[in-house]
Design a protein around this ligand. Structure first.
Ligand SMILES: [Zn+2]
Length: 470
């Protein structure tokens, strides 16, 4: 089944030309965690011709290591062929080919002349062969690697970097959330190369990201890697759209033991360009569809679907005390409600928001950082919505890349909150911005607030009276 309107939300972006992406041919080397998150991203985006070269076989526990596209594959079959099957399900309009072969030396010639070669392995020898080949044919080469604390990639476009061997990462295991983050970044830089949206929309040569330094967009290492045990932690994810898809996938793969998924909406075909786990769920309630997919990938995680909206009538917090709330909604009025419950119940909140080319993450820990009202003034939007008594549903442009990147940053900050490792909590706004050369950093103040909230009816009266006096 080919769904014609799957690209509607990205085609709303000025200058977007899906046919350029559809003609693009990308060769992906490797089938590990980083390959899974890169391939899923390219498939949703609609890169028309994807080939996967790898000679490893599926084993038990692949999906738990972050190879989530292999969750329904049996044991002992070639990963490249299993990935081909899954990508064809995710986006049936693509030409996908898996090749069960390890390429080296003269064999490399069988890849021919693709537009991109993307090496997702932590193998400098593989990367070396491909750099030489790409250089000889002037093929754009993306080299990416990850370990448990850092992730990094080089984009070679005519100039081929020696550092892109990424020898630091040789043979190390790849972190799930960091791989997801860099997978989204690879898609975005590839998109820039194929289809620049303006004159300044050009690929970057190098990006690194880490949880081991305060800087985040860096390959510095200031802290030691801590792999926290999150089995006894419980998360509430509010919003099961694009952010919620990645947030729940990553939270479960990172080992959070219990996850409640809350969303009142139903999956639509225009969601499929970015809501990575919904390719077989059009028409189903989002919370239920997401729970089914998460259960398939990480059966031991205790998930619960709540097909409901978080509002003033919600009884959720009377009955539940999650350790963390992930805000994955797409509007400020809903964010004001989430912020209310978080402040009122003194529960840490990690909020994420995206646009077509940027995203941001805010961490609220009661008594340690600022809440969303102090940071963003979210209650004004709620009062406006209540005054107009409408819930206007507009179709904003949206892509997979910023959602994937931002949700990955969100879950990484969530791990930091839950494990109390890797330095102080994030106090200012952590931003990804595809339009600035370093692609991200911190913005805004780094204050602390001492907000408290009364019962919900009194608070709503306050919110309403604020709008009348304004
Ligand atoms: Zn506050």
């Amino acid at each position: 089944m080919i769904i014609e309107d799957r690209y509607n939300r990205q085609e709303l972006i000025k200058g977007w030309d899906q046919s350029k992406l559809h003609k693009t041919r990308a060769v992906v080397i490797g089938a590990g965690t980083l390959a899974n998150f890169t391939l899923a991203s390219l498939a949703c985006l609609g890169v028309g011709n994807i080939e996967i070269y790898d000679n490893s076989l599926t084993q038990s526990g692949d999906s738990l290591r972050g190879e989530f596209l292999l969750s329904e594959s049996g044991i002992g079959s070639p990963k490249s062929l299993e990935l081909e099957k899954r990508l064809k399900q995710i986006n049936p309009s693509l030409r996908v080919k898996g090749v069960n072969l390890k390429l080296s030396g003269p064999l490399l010639a069988i890849v021919g002349n693709p537009d991109f070669i993307i090496d997702t392995t932590n193998n400098p020898l593989s990367k070396k062969d491909f750099i030489l080949y790409a250089k000889s044919k002037q093929i754009k080469f993306i080299s990416a690697s990850a370990d448990f604390g850092r992730v990094e990639f080089y984009f070679s476009n005519g100039k081929y970097f020696k550092d892109s061997l990424l020898t630091d990462y040789s043979s190390k295991l790849q972190s799930v959330s960091l791989c997801s983050l860099i997978g989204g970044m690879i898609s975005e830089e590839l998109r820039k190369s194929v289809m620049p949206l303006d004159n300044n929309d050009i690929p970057v040569n190098h990006i690194a990201y880490t949880l081991l330094s305060e800087e985040r967009f860096s390959n510095k290492k200031e802290y030691e890697i801590v792999k926290p045990d999150l089995k006894n932690k419980k998360a509430l994810i509010v919003g099961c759209g694009a952010l919620g898809n990645f947030c729940s996938l990553l939270s479960s793969l990172e080992g959070i033991g219990s996850i409640d998924l809350m969303d009142p909406d139903v999956v639509e075909s225009t969601n499929l360009n970015r809501q990575i786990l919904f390719y077989r769920s059009v028409g189903k309630p989002k919370a239920i569809a997401l729970e089914e997919e998460i259960k398939m990938i990480t059966p031991s995680v205790n998930t619960r679907a709540i097909k409901d909206k978080l509002d003033e009538n919600s009884k959720y917090f009377d009955e539940n005390t999650p350790d963390i709330i992930f805000d994955c909604v797409d509007n400020m009025a809903s964010r004001a409600i989430i912020n209310y419950y978080s402040v009122r119940n003194k529960i840490p909140l990690v909020s994420a928001g995206t646009g077509p080319r940027s995203g941001q993450v805010i961490v609220y820990i009661p008594g340690k950082t600022e809440c969303l009202e102090c940071k963003l003034g979210v209650e004004k939007s709620l009062s406006e919505q209540r005054k107009s008594n409408s819930c206007l549903h507009t179709s904003d442009p949206s892509v997979i890349m910023t959602n994937q990147i931002t949700a990955s940053m969100q879950v990484l900050e969530g791990i930091k909150v839950l494990s109390d490792s890797y330095g102080d909590p994030l106090k200012s706004v952590l931003k990804y911005d595809s339009q600035i050369p370093i692609r991200g950093g911190y913005v805004g103040t780094d204050g602390i607030c001492a907000c408290e909230k009364p019962d919900i009816q009194s608070w709503l009266k306050e919110v309403d009276s604020k709008s009348q006096s304004a």
